[in-house]
Design a protein around this ligand. Structure first.
Ligand SMILES: Nc1ncnc2c1ncn2[C@@H]1O[C@H](COP(=O)(O)OP(=O)(O)O)[C@@H](O)[C@H]1O
Ligand SMILES: [Mg+2]
Length: 250
């Protein structure tokens, strides 16, 4: 489904992503792991179309997406839930969900948004409230809900568990498993290595912009040298406070 070959992302003289090749098959969950600064966000931004790669190719369903707009990628079924969620805090919950449908013109948008509310009752209760009144965990659910309204076949998430309470981290990973059983493929960038490898079938480890290692999730989890050296425990998910903390306004 997604085929990335020899992708390069360069900012001035910083080579953030160096000849990265990876694949995600239809319905697969693939983890991308690596320390801060490894190039994970840059990779996802290139896949989203927010930064133009300086080399390499991105194909989705066999179609060359490398120079396509972000909108064209969303229309084809690839969507990113960005780092830090980036919901619209000046809008209501409902308006945020409607933004997820901005490229759609079919008659099923309202029905799809209702389905999001069924999945996330916390959001339904607050549909007319400002998105900034949501907790961090609820904002992450809203960001995922907004992405789902575009009807993706591949959802890419950039560190979705960051700053969430342990309870919301559990819910988040349950949700990812549910989405995957609905046949949505997932490319998951995470610092929470153990949980990411639990939900994924394969993973890639980035170091200084390059793929250091790719393997099955089972092999990566049992690679203790790797988990100690590069990935940390990933157990401490509450370092930024509880889910009741409000995310800063953007
Ligand atoms: N907009 C930017 N301009 C210049 N350098 C950047 C920019 N974004 C990221 N970088 C650099 O690219 C490298 C990879 O960053 P990033 O993709 O954010 O890694 P990660 O998400 O794995 O922490 C880092 O050295 C970072 O400082
Ligand atoms: Mg990042």
């Amino acid at each position: 489904m997604l085929e990335v070959s020899h992708l390069d992302v360069t900012y001035g003289r910083t080579r953030a992503v160096k000849s990265v090749s990876l694949t995600v098959a239809a319905g697969e969950v693939v983890a991308v792991l690596g320390a801060n600064g490894a190039g994970k966000t840059s990779l996802l931004r290139a896949l989203q179309g927010a930064v133009r790669p300086s080399g390499g190719k991105i194909r989705f369903d066999g179609k060359d997406m490398t120079n396509q707009s972000s909108a064209a990628r969303v229309r084809s079924g690839m969507v990113l839930v960005p780092e830090g969620r980036q919901i619209f805090v000046s809008m209501s919950v409902h308006e945020n969900l409607q933004m997820g449908a901005y490229l759609r013109s079919d008659a099923d948008i309202a029905r799809d948004i209702e389905a999001i509310y069924e999945r996330f009752p916390n959001l339904a209760e607050r549909r007319h409230m400002s998105a900034k009144t949501l907790s961090g965990g609820e904002q992450q659910m809203l960001a995922i809900g907004r992405a789902l309204v575009s009807r993706p076949r591949l959802i890419m998430l950039d560190e979705p568990s960051l700053g969430l309470s342990p309870l919301f981290v559990e819910r988040l990973f349950d949700l990812l498993a549910e989405l995957n059983s609905d046949d949505i493929a997932i490319l998951l960038v995470e610092q929470n290595t153990s949980m990411a490898l639990d939900v994924a079938s394969r993973g890639y480890v980035l170091e200084l912009g390059s793929v250091l290692l790719e393997d099955t999730a089972a092999a990566l989890s049992s690679n203790t040298a790797l988990t100690e050296a590069y990935l940390g425990g990933g157990q401490d998910t509450d370092q930024e406070g509880s889910e009741h903390e409000r995310a800063p306004a953007r």
